[in-house]
Design a binder for this molecule. Structure first.
Ligand code: NDP
Length: 323
């Protein structure tokens, strides 16, 4: 069955982004080679997903190379999808890291090449850079936008006061302000979206493209009884995640996940859908970026849109009481 996609404005901008989008962070190259990545991305696109998220650091550029080949192969009209990149970690040398004007320019040009596109729809500063004045970063993004290489720029995991400074610098010098921020948002990580950014939503109409809605899979319940052998905790380079999942903190979270599981059971949906639906209920979320290493996961996650009527305000309250 084809899911009816919902489209939301990216903050106060005119850009309509699918409420559920798709990102390639751990998956492309590490878990999915080109053929399987093409299949999963096509499934997303055919079901109304119009935003594909990427970054220069993902699989050290390989993730963008794979996505670029897919965009070329499928021949989807350039006006039918939104593609992003993020700049910050471009390599090991001092000129390849951070948000200097130089690395922003180099990072953009390299991403355009890897993705095989003429422009990036969204370009994110992947983290704040304490060693570059925010004015330098805003000016560099403004130049890329004036050159037509980027349509909208944004931040990821910046503090509210840093984003505010970016808006103020942009207003002062008549530069293009940020449009969106990419924070983590899930039942275990709520403070930026639900508290810190509230003034920014109100004053500037900041949009959000939120990440790890399932806390890397924890909120599907799949880690309740050990680590499944084909999961991301066993991907080379992600040993840190396995360590995190072995921590006391995660053990405490799993106690909560088990309680959430019973709520999902009661309403007749999967825990993944309950977790995604809970995020979707927040109107300050413009799009939730999904991750999936299997088509069946993506299918289940996209079907969240079909069961939203079951996640009533009462159920949301019941969930929040357990967190
Ligand atoms: P999630 O928290 O949703 O985790 C996705 C993973 O959970 C999948 O790859 C899969 O892992 C597992 N999973 C997903 N659905 C199911 C299901 N229905 N049943 C069982 N397991 C499931 O999202 P991600 O952490 O992948 O983040 C999504 C995107 O957000 C990234 O691709 C990236 O684009 C962006 N992101 C941005 C960051 C930033 O700093 N700006 C940081 C992190 C992510 P498995 O292979 O183990 O089965």
């Amino acid at each position: 069955m084809k899911t009816d996609m919902e489209y939301r404005r990216l903050g106060k901008s005119g850009l309509k982004v699918s409420a559920l989008s798709f990102g390639s962070w751990v998956t492309f190259s590490n878990q999915l080679k080109e053929k399987d990545a093409l299949e999963i991305m096509s499934y997303a696109y055919d079901n109304g997903v119009n935003f594909f998220d990427n970054a220069e650091i993902y699989a050290n550029g390989e993730s963008e190379i794979i996505m670029g080949k897919i965009l070329k192969k499928t021949g989807w009209g350039r006006d039918t999808y939104i593609v992003s990149s993020k700049v910050f970690w471009g390599g090991e040398l001092p000129t390849q890291i951070g948000l200097s004007r130089k690395h922003i320019m180099d990072g953009c040009h390299a991403a355009l090449k890897r993705l095989q596109v003429d422009y990036l729809d969204l370009f994110f500063c992947h983290r704040p850079d304490q060693e570059t004045p925010i004015e330098e970063t805003v000016r560099a993004m403004d130049v890329l936008i004036r050159q037509g290489k980027v349509l909208y720029w944004g931040t990821s995991e910046w503090e509210a006061k840093q984003i505010t400074e970016a808006y103020e610098v942009a207003a002062k010098y008549n530069l293009t302000p940020p449009t969106m921020e990419q924070p983590e948002y899930n039942m275990f990580n709520r403070s930026k979206i639900e508290m810190d950014y509230l003034p920014l939503f109100k004053k500037y109409g900041l949009g959000t493209t939120t990440w790890s809605p399932l806390a890397s899979g924890l909120l599907t319940g799949k880690y309740n009884h050990g680590f499944p052998s084909n999961s991301r905790v066993y991907v080379e380079g992600y040993e840190w995640l396995r360590e995190q999942f072995e921590s006391e903190e995660t053990i405490r979270k799993i106690v909560v996940v088990k309680k959430l599981e019973s709520i999902a059971k009661k309403v007749g949906i999967s825990l993944a859908q309950l977790s995604l639906g809970w995020c979707l209920k927040n109107p300050n979320v413009s799009t939730i970026i999904l991750g999936a290493s299997q088509k069946s996961q993506l299918k289940e996650n996209l079907a969240t849109l079909d069961i939203m009527d079951r996640i009533t305000d009462k159920i949301v309250k019941e969930i929040n009481d357990k967190l």
